[in-house]
Write a protein that binds this ligand. Structure first.
Ligand code: ATP
Ligand code: MG
Length: 400
């Protein structure tokens, strides 16, 4: 018997009425992209499930490692197929159950009978197959409520498909199925988590990072690229826009009083992000802000920052505790990178006592003395753009 195929169950996308086909096509593309480089892979998407065939056993193990990261997949199971005859089904069912440790375990047979002309109905099949398995194994008992082993038998006109082991995956929606947003990616703990959470809701991410050389280092830049690369594992490639921000930060430091300078910095970042967002055709801006975490993340500060744009600013971490955020960062493997001690542009220019309740009127008053418009344009035009992961996947084109 050959376990060279995985049955992939769709996540939330199965609920999505008319958009279903779009979702399935997107998921298929993302699965192919995640399995890129494996040569014996074939992906067949159907209306309610997907089959991933991997001929080479080493590649199969690799595919089973990578698939849980792909959003839009609820779970997968190794499957085995046989002729839709009772003899073949009996034999295969037994082998499928015996893939698991059976001693002291409970099991249940579940039938899906797509071929309505098959000579037995589901209830009969459930009993016949269950009895056969019980007779031929030791230590197994039946438990229909919460079985340790669920043997699923799908009887179709031309084939029977059996599975017995379920690997849970991340769920969510296929990245790209809910449009594109621009992630404000610092080198901290929060923003990569924010990006991950939006990707899980099907949002494709491009990232923007503000750097202030020589105050920020090459190593800080590398860390941000590493973070963007980590995020790319959850979807397709991630484009990273790096904005030269030194000149604007110095201008703010000279011209805006300490109490308001941090708010202005954020407002300038937001305006630049919004210009880049427009250029890349994204619909929203994502940030890693969490209410009350620091002075710039009070409702008063957020109001002052938001005032520069009507673009939706998505803040998935707004109601989360730092510890919860750290747990996710650890799970997605960005935490160790994020805690590397390289300076961020904001940390360096942060005044000793930024106001937690900035007055928008005052902020705008001081900003009025500086013509930031041309500086914003210059920063947008002079940005560098990287595509992550760094290794060019040149035969990606057929997937896009
Ligand atoms: P993070 O851990 O994501 O850095 P933080 O708790 O340190 O967040 P801030 O430094 O105040 O908070 O930043 C708030 C948000 O602003 C970040 O989550 C990020 O989305 C954005 N941001 C901050 N600095 C930068 C930067 N240099 N480039 C791009 N975005 C930034
Ligand atoms: Mg930060």
């Amino acid at each position: 018997m050959k376990w060279n195929e995985l049955l992939v169950r769709y996540g939330e996308l199965s609920l999505k009425g008319k958009n279903r086909n779009v979702f399935i096509r997107r998921l298929r593309k993302n699965v192919k992209s995640a399995l890129h480089g494996l040569e014996t892979v074939d992906v067949q998407a159907e209306r309610d499930r997907m089959f991933v065939r991997v001929e080479d056993p080493v590649e199969m193990a690799e595919a089973m490692e990578r698939l849980p990261k792909v959003f839009g997949i609820h779970s997968f199971s190794p499957v085995v197929k046989c002729e839709p005859t009772m003899d073949a089904i009996y034999e295969t069912a037994l082998q499928a159950v015996q893939m698991n440790e059976t001693e002291g375990k409970t099991f249940k047979v579940e039938i899906r009978r797509t071929d309505k002309e098959f000579p037995y109905i589901s209830n009969e099949l459930q009993q016949m197959i269950g009895a056969h398995v019980l007779r031929n194994t030791s230590g197994l008992t039946v438990n229909v409520r919460k079985p340790d082993i669920l043997l699923h038998v799908d009887i179709r006109r031309d084939v029977a498909v059996l599975t017995s082991k379920v690997y849970p995956c991340s769920g969510g929606m296929p990245v790209g199925s809910n449009g594109k947003s621009l992630l404000m990616l610092s080198g901290g703990i929060d923003s990569p988590v924010a990006g991950y959470m939006m990707m899980k809701r099907g949002v494709q991410i491009e990232a923007i990072h503000f750097e202030s050389p020589p105050f920020t280092s090459e190593l800080a830049m590398k860390k941000v690229m590493d973070l963007a690369e980590k995020l790319s594992a959850f979807g397709t490639t991630v484009k990273l826009h790096v904005i030269p921000f030194t000149e604007i930060q110095q201008k703010i430091a000279h011209k805006i009083p300490d109490g308001e300078s941090m708010t202005s910095t954020r407002r300038l970042m937001m305006q630049i992000a919004d210009r880049v967002r427009e250029e890349v055709g994204a619909l929203g801006i994502v940030s890693g802000e969490s209410l009350g975490q620091v002075a710039s993340q009070t409702l008063e500060s957020l109001t002052a920052i938001n005032e520069v744009t009507s673009t939706p600013v998505l803040r998935p971490l707004i109601a989360m505790d730092k510890l919860e955020i750290i747990q996710i960062a650890q799970k997605i493997d960005t935490y160790e990178l994020s805690i590397q001690p390289y300076e961020d542009c904001c940390t360096i220019f942060t005044p000793a006592k930024p106001k937690t309740k900035p007055k928008l009127k005052r902020v705008k008053h001081f900003e009025g003395f500086v013509d930031f418009g041309p500086m914003i344009e210059e920063a947008v035009q002079n940005r560098r753009i990287y595509t992550l992961p760094r290794v060019e996947k040149d035969d990606f084109s057929d997937l896009l």
